[in-house]
Design a protein around this ligand. Sequence first.
Ligand code: BGC
Length: 782
Amino acid sequence: MKKLFFTHLAALIVLHTGQSVFAQEKAPRFGKDPVKDIVKKMTLEEKVKVLVGKGYNFQGMPSNDRSPDKIPNIAGHTLAIPRFGIPSISLADGPNGLHKPLTKQDSTNNLYSTAWPVGTLLASSWDTALVKRVGVAFGGEIKAYGIDFILAPGVNIQRNPLNGRNYEYFSEDPLVSGSMAAAMINGIQSQGVGATIKHFAANNEETNRRSVNVIVSERALREIYLRNFEIGIKNSHPWAVMSSYNLLNGTYTSESHDLLTSILREDWGYKGFVMSDWFGGQDAVAQMNAGNNLIMPGMPAQVAAITEAVKSGKISEEQLDKNVEEILNVTSHTLTAKGYDYPNKTDLKALAQLSREAAAQSMVLLKNNGNTLPLRNGGASIALFGNHGYDLLVAGMVSGDVNKPYAVSLAEGLANAGYKVDNGLALTYKNYVSDYAAKHPKKPIRQEMANPTPPAPEYQPGEAIITSKADSLDMAIIYIGRNAGESRDRKVADDYELTSAEKDMITGISNAFHAKHKPVIAILNIAGVTDVTAFRDKVDAILLAWEPGEEGGNAIADVLSGKVNPSGKLAQTFPMAYNDLSSAKNFPGKELPGPATTSIVGRAVPAEVTYQEGIYVGYRYFNTFKVKPAYEFGYGLTYTKFTYSKLTLSSMSFNTKLTVKVTITNSGSVAGKEVAELYLGAPHKSMDKPSEELKAFAKTRLLKPGESQILTFFLDAKALASFDTAQSAWVADAGEYHVKIGASSEDIKLEKAFKLGKSITVEKDHKALAPQVSIDELKGTN
Ligand code: BGC
C-alpha cells in the first residue's frame, strides 16, 4: 500500500518536474556515499559535466553555463551537479601568489593577496623547509579566499634562459625543481586546498606554445623533463596535474596516453586527476582516452564531442567512469565540498614578513670584491641608478602576476633601513617612471599578451649628474631590471644582453665612482638569466634578487646591510655568452608550413623543436664539456667562510642504500648558513654519463662563527642509475662511483669513491613517448 502511494506520488512529481522523485530520493550524497556509487547513478550528461569545466562568461565565448561564478575573475570553475550535492569547484592562478582580484559575489571589495618570491628565487634558497613554510602560508591564504585549487607550482626545467616563464619555474636541474615543488605542494596541501603541478611536460618555451612539437629522446625525458615531475609528485601527491600546451614527440601532451596513463599513473602510481591547460590540445575525445580527466576552462563543443564518442563507443564506459571517479575522489576533499565558510580575509601583514624573510634567505651574492658588502656605514648616502630601483619588479607577467597590496622598491627599502637615498635622483627617476606608466596605461591581460607594452627604456642620468653624485655621495647602486611573462619568450639582443644605454650608464657610473674610490654595487631584479659579462668587471659587488615578491626592497636592504647573511646559491648556470648554452641552436625551434590559429591564449603556427643536447642541460653540459660559465650552477657567496671536513660513507660498496655525512664549520666571523651539494660521478660502461650530477643537497642551520653541523645525505639505487632506452629501465652500472661534496658544481671540496659490484636494474618502466624521428643527440666526451 505504502509502496503504491509513493509510486503515484512519484509519477505526479515526474509529470510536474520532469525528473523522477526516486532519482532524487535515492541519489547518493557526495561526501557521504562512496564516489563509485554516485558514478553508478549518474546519467551520461551528468558525467560529462564533471569532465568539462564551466567555461567563461564573457561575450563571444561559448560557455557551458552562464550562471555567475562562485568566485568572479579567477581562472576557472567546474560544474555543479546539485542532484548529488556535487559543488562547483574554484581554480585560481598562480605560482607566485593569488593572481586575480578576488571578490565575493556580494561585494565590490578588491581583495589583495601576498606576492611571494618567484619560484626561481625560492629555489635559490636550496632550503626545502623554508619553501614548505611559504607553501603553508600560501595555502592558508588560498583557503581564506575560498579557492579549492591553486594552479601551481610550475616545475618545468629552465632549459634555456629565454623562456618567458622561467621565473615561475625553479631550476635547470630536476632534483632541485622536484624537491622545491614537493616542499611547496606539501605546504599548500597541509591547509586542505589542492595544488596543481604544471605544465606536464616539456613545456620549456612560450613561442608557439600551443603548437610546438617537442622532439626529445626517451632518456632525456626520463632523466630531465619528467624526472622533475616524478620527484615532485612522488614526494607530495599533488591533488592535480596540469598537462601542457605543447606536443611531445608528435602528440599533444593532453592527448598522450603514454604520458598521462603509462608513465604518470602506471609507472609512477599517481592517484589524483589531470586537467588540461586552458584551451590546450585539440581533440576532447583523445584527451579523455589519454587520461586527461578535466578539460579547462570548458566549451560546449567538448561536451558534445565526448557525449557523442561515448554513444558511439569511441570512449568506453570504463574510461569515462574512471575519468569521472578520479576527479570526484579528489573533489570530495575540497573545502567547498566540506561546506567550509571562508572568511575572505587574510593577515597580509604577517604573510608579508614571511615573504620578506624567504626573499632575503634566497638571494644570491654573485660578487663581493674587497668585502664591499655588507655596507658597514649605517647611514651611508647612496646614489641609486636604474628605473626599477624605484619601481620593483615583483613577479613576471600574466598568470604569474599577483594581486598584491603594494610593492616595496629598493629606494623605499634602503630608506626603511636608515640609508640616505639621494633625493634628487629619486625624484628624477620616479617622475620618469610614472610619466612612462601614464603614457602606457595598463591593458587588459589578453591585449597585453597579444601586443605587449615595451618596458620603459633605461633613464640616462648624464655625465654631469653622475660626476656630481660621485663627488657628494658614499656609493652607487646600479639596479638592473628585466621582466618577462607568459605567451612570449625573451630575445637575446637588448633583453638577455644589456642594452647599449644600460652599458653606457654602467660604464659612466663605474668610472666616476671608482675615480673617487667609492664602491659600485649592482642589483639584478630579473625574471631570467641575463648576461653578466658586460658589466661584472665594472662593479665591486653583485646581488641577484630575481623577482622577490612584494617586500623585495626591504629584503634586498636586509642583505645589503648584513642583517641577513646571504645563503642562496644558483639553481641555474649563468653562461659567459648565450651561444655557450647547449640549447642555444635549438631554441625556440622552427616554424613549419601550415595555417596559423589565433585564440584567447595566443597565436600558434605549426612548429617543432629538437632537444639535440639530450641530457646535457645546464651544468651537465658545462661540466662535462668543460665550458667555463660566468657563474656556475650551485654557486653563491656569503659574508662568512665555511670549511668542509670529515666526509664519511656508510660503506665503501653499495648494497641498497648509502649514507653520506659531511661536517660543515663556519670558519668566518659572522653567523651564516651553507648549502652543501652532493654530486655523483658514475661509471659509463653501458651508457654515456655526465661528468657529475646533483643527487642530494642540504642546508645548515644558522651557524655561529666556529660552530659546526653534520649534514647527512642518502643515496638509493635510483640515484646511481641512468635510463637505458633499449630496456626502458633505470640501470646502475657496476663500477666505481665518486661522491663529490661541493660548495658549487665546480667547487668540489671533498671526494670519496664507492663500488657497485654488479649492475642493477633498478626499475623497469613502460616503453613510452619514443620520438618518431631520429635525433642526432649530443654525446659526452668521456
Ligand atoms: C597558463 C596556465 C594557467 C592557465 C589558467 C594558461 O594560459 O599556461 O599556467 O594556469 O592559463 O590561467
